[in-house]
Design a protein around this ligand. Structure first.
Ligand SMILES: [Zn+2]
Length: 496
């Protein structure tokens, strides 16, 4: 059957993945997949524990002769992002994912996310642990819940849940990459309570709308230079102040979530009727320049400026100039690696006037301690200049790259043997759970790898069939090397 994935190679991996696809498992709804993991553990005689948070930890002994080798563990997450094509009546709380084998070597899903992020990670780990033919050291797998929302599963792990000091996270999405670090995150909600007044009768209103900016993931796409519509709106309004045209905000709405770059937004400003023409001219001019500036990165961008009927209420000019200062919350990239990769960045993801309050949601990312301090001081300075206040702040830790990682060295060698080329060592700007694990056990040597997963978190999500095989072989070769155990101190053998 064309769309039967259980005959793809390696069969053990695809059969497990096919079983996972039958079980609804969006974030927060992982009890069913947890039950299935425990059932599989029972089928194959693995030790299994479900933690109070719902994480599942599986363990098995080493092969004969390798029982006293240091334990190695895999890590992956149980949940998936549920996104479907518009108009689809798919129900993520009930329906099984329908997999499709494409003509060009991928497995995708029919109209929904596939959940290869991170179901294929769990399948790769379990395929190794359940195959009696494979020689391996003692193995464990730590499967977490709710990685995609707030990393609650990894956050609630205890030091004793970390089963070894060598770990392979299988949640990366590019075969041949060894990820050795990632940025941490700081999310903040910022609030400003403005003075509200009636719009005077001799005032008129101008609406500014930005549409069709490219937007995108604030971690992966922060460096592609596309417009942040929230910041761009504030910058346009600020340009009027520079021409001595005092305006009062009467509406503002841009973006949806903190971890996406807003590609659209609208603002309405009220100002004396006598200044309307001058303001319209100036805004027309500025918006033309804005479209020109983003012509390459946001080819479909449209910026419109129109007269509209007055709203009932507006902010004072003083409060409006405070709000404009919030554009400093979006810094884009603040700090880079020597070869230019983003290390520290900040995204103003949502900015809105709602119910008499101005609210801003931001997500800062930092891969280093200095970057984190830079970021926090920048945000706090901006917030205090705007006389706003921070109402909530939450963080997940960075995973600081360890360029001396013995495991990265081993996996570099095994990939070279297997693929005949060098792997790429990367530090990514999106979030992984490795930093949380490493905080629990600082001596942990952990890397992140995975097969090719493209279009994750969208209905276009697909996983490369050949890359799954490569990833599986790569893991086996690595376990073989770790079984020889020349590079990892043998005295450290945590109990199962
Ligand atoms: Zn993932």
């Amino acid at each position: 059957m064309e769309n039967d994935i259980s005959n793809l190679e390696p069969r053990s991996v695809w059969r497990l993945f096919s079983r996972f696809c039958q079980i609804p498992r969006t974030s927060g709804n992982e009890s069913g997949i947890g039950d299935l993991l425990l059932k599989i553990a029972q089928e194959y005689g693995l030790d299994a524990v479900r933690t109070p948070a719902g994480n599942v930890i599986l363990s098995c002994a080493g092969s004969p002769g390798l029982q006293s080798r240091p334990r190695v563990f895999f890590q992956a997450h149980m949940d998936m992002v549920g996104v479907k094509e518009s108009g689809s009546d798919f129900d993520f709380s009930r329906d099984a994912i329908k997999t499709v084998v494409t003509g060009d070597g991928f497995v995708t899903a029919d109209g929904t996310t596939l959940g290869a992020d991170d179901g294929i990670g769990m399948a790769l780990a379990l395929a190794v642990m359940t195959d009696p033919e494979i020689r391996h050291p003692p193995l464990s797998a730590v499967f977490t819940v709710s990685e995609e929302t707030d990393m609650r599963g990894a956050r609630e792990l205890l030091p004793e849940d970390i089963p070894g000091r060598t770990a392979i996270n299988i949640d990366s999405e590019d075969i041949g990459e060894i990820c050795i670090g990632c940025a941490g995150g700081i999310s903040m909600n910022i609030e400003y309570i403005p003075e509200i007044s009636e719009v005077p009768p001799d005032y008129g209103t101008i609406a500014i709308a930005i549409k069709n900016g490219k937007g995108g993931h604030s971690g992966m796409e922060v460096d592609n230079g596309s417009v942040n519509a929230a910041t761009a709106l504030l910058t346009l309004i600020c340009s009027l102040a520079n021409e001595d045209i005092k305006v009062c905000l009467s509406a503002l709405d841009s973006g949806t979530v903190r971890n996406a770059i807003p590609g659209y937004g609208m603002a309405e400003i009220a100002l004396p009727e006598a200044l309307i023409e001058k303001a319209l001219d100036s805004l027309e001019d500025m918006s033309g320049r804005l479209s020109e500036k983003y012509r390459d990165t946001d080819p479909d961008i449209s910026v419109t400026v129109d007269r509209v009927p007055n709203k009932n209420i507006m902010l004072t000019a003083r409060d409006t100039s405070s709000i404009i200062k919030l554009r400093g919350l979006n810094t884009g990239v603040l700090e880079r690696t020597p070869d230019g990769q983003p290390l520290t960045s900040c995204n103003l993801g949502r900015l809105v006037i709602d119910g008499g309050r101005v609210q801003a949601c931001i997500l800062g990312r930092h891969a280093t301690e200095t970057g984190k301090e830079l970021l926090l001081s920048r945000i706090r300075k901006t917030v205090s200049e705007a006389s706003a206040r921070i109402t909530a702040e939450e963080c997940y830790p960075e995973w600081e790259p360890d360029s001396g990682s013995p495991l990265a060295r081993i996996m570099t060698a095994t990939y070279r043997d297997l693929a005949g080329k060098e792997p790429r060592i990367t530090v990514i700007h999106a979030g992984l759970e490795c930093g949380l694990l490493k905080n629990l056990r600082p001596e942990l040597d952990i890397v992140s790898v995975g097969p090719d997963v493209f279009g994750a978190h969208t209905p276009e999500e697909r996983v490369g069939i050949a890359s799954v095989k490569t990833c599986y072989d790569w893991i086996l070769k690595t376990l073989e090397k770790l079984s020889e155990g020349k590079e990892i101190p043998a005295e450290d053998t945590p109990a199962a």
